[in-house]
Design a protein around this ligand. Structure first.
Ligand code: F0G
Length: 459
């Protein structure tokens, strides 16, 4: 008899382990104070469960470690490069693949060529580095996600979708000023929410009708394709790789952080069809990253990524990946903790505004919650709210659309009991939410302030 069991099991067993170090609340209080109350400034050995990011923090597979042994470090034309290029083109058949050391290097190259003063670059929601690279070129970064994407509690299967009317209007009004439209799959800053295939098709149609290029920010493409497979009518019988190829066929290029879905500890690329644009980008690449057949990467990294790409689209893995993220989110919901719904792909986003209504936006409720999670249970998470997005290019400070704290789940790294522990810690902190106080920022750098800001707790 073919029975169905509901326990989500990790579709792998453990082959090599890393120790975790237990700490006391007193040790953690001292550590966070020394870090200026910024979790980015902690030493990771003082963190028990590190949910700061899913970027570069995943566990590589046996086959990736084996592939590393095939790394060929020839400066030009290495076989590792050709394996990497073939693996990228198998899923994303763009004419040119330009390897970079990580995603923001691809962004930097693309926007230094296409951006500049007077240019406008929309996205569903720009990730922080994407926005910063657009703005560093002198261009304006706009977020055009659908209205549901700004409401943490509303249920919508594809909350990452582009607002097509706003895009159409923007391209009409700013004729000639928009060199490229970006689409982030999944929409990280908006809660790890997917974009539907229908919305990608419609965005592509609008861009091309206006003669504007569409580029994907595709870090979490496999998770997005899984949501399309699960939620979009007519997609349930397709292979994940086939959905990914269709998504790629609708775009003119992509930027990629291979530290996410492709299971890299480092890596990225820029891929595109336009020959002249590719030549301009390669010229910047050679100045800043390296020769076009390795970019910012070692041959062994290229091998690990080629293997990782084939693992990223396997259905057993994706079912577990998305199911285990939902497990964390649903357990928190059941405990009465407000989280962004539906649960996203790589992370669960706590709604700090709903949990801490007594802390005003510019006293950083998400920052207060992130510090409390660390001190209470050694769990490190990241604020995605007014700390990350509050400072405007004109120097003013405004409240971000949402005050979130992201629990990002490294791939294939933590077990269900680690996650059960996280549920306990978050629930305990939520139970004492009234006692949390806001923060005052006492130092901030010019850009990307969340990485190095320092704070003082308010009385
Ligand atoms: N785009 C998106 C949607 C991202 O999430 C990231 C990185 C990047 C671009 C930049 O890539 O880090 O390789 O330079 N996100 C990480 C995070 C850092 O924690 O979400 P990178």
């Amino acid at each position: 008899m073919d029975r169905t069991f509901t326990t989500i099991i990790e579709p792998f067993r453990i082959h090599s382990v890393e120790p975790l170090r237990m700490t006391t609340p007193a040790e953690r209080s001292a550590a966070i104070e020394e870090a200026g109350f910024n979790v980015f400034a902690l030493r990771s050995r003082d963190v028990l469960i590190d949910l700061l990011t899913d970027s570069g923090t995943g566990a590589m597979s046996r086959d990736q470690w084996a592939a590393i042994q095939h790394g060929d470090e020839s400066y030009a034309g290495s076989p590792s490069w050709f394996r990497f290029e073939a693996a990228v083109k198998d899923l994303f058949p763009f004419r040119h693949v330009i390897p970079t050391h990580q995603g923001r290097a691809a962004e930097k190259i693309l926007f230094s060529v296409l951006g500049g003063p007077g240019k406008v670059i929309p996205n569903n929601t720009h990730f922080d580095t994407t926005r910063a690279n657009v703005e560093a070129s002198g261009a304006t970064a706009l977020d055009l996600v659908i209205a549901e994407g700004h409401d943490a509690a509303v249920l919508h299967p594809f909350k990452g979708n582009m607002d097509l009317d706003r895009l159409e209007n923007l391209l009409g009004e700013h004729r000639g000023d928009v060199p490229v439209v970006m689409l982030t799959i999944t929409n990280n800053s908006g809660g790890g929410q997917p974009v539907s295939l229908a919305n990608i098709r419609a965005t592509s149609e609008i861009c091309h009708r206006h003669g504007v290029k569409l580029f994907l920010d595709a870090c979490r493409f496999a998770e997005n394709a899984w949501f399309i497979h699960e939620r979009e009518e007519g997609q349930e019988h397709r292979e994940i790789a086939d959905i990914v190829r269709e998504i790629a066929s609708l775009a003119d290029g992509m930027t990629m952080s291979a530290k996410k879905d492709p299971f890299g500890n480092i890596g990225g690329w820029l891929a595109l069809n336009d020959d002249a644009l590719a030549e301009d980008c390669r010229n910047v690449l050679i100045l800043t990253e390296g020769f076009p057949t390795y970019g910012g990467l070692a041959g062994r990294d290229l091998e690990a990524l080629a293997q990782g790409l084939s693992e990223a689209v396997q259905p057993d893995y994706l079912r577990y990946r998305i199911g285990s993220t939902a497990y964390l989110g649903n357990a928190l919901l059941a405990a009465g903790v407000p989280v962004v719904q539906p649960i996203g792909g790589h992370a669960v986003y706590l709604d700090a505004r709903a949990l801490l209504p007594h802390i005003e936006a510019l006293h950083y409720p998400g920052q207060a919650l992130a510090v409390a999670l660390y001190v209470t249970g050694g769990v490190r998470a990241t604020e995605i709210g007014s700390v990350m997005f509050g400072r405007q290019p004109d120097g003013t400070e405004v409240a971000a659309p949402m005050e979130l704290v992201r629990l990002a789940i490294p791939r294939r790294t933590y077990t269900q009991s680690h996650i059960d522990y996280v549920v306990e810690v978050v629930t305990a902190v939520a139970g004492e939410a009234d006692s949390l106080r806001g923060y005052r920022m006492i130092y901030e750098p010019k850009a990307l302030r969340h990485f190095t800001a320092r704070y003082q707790p308010l009385e």
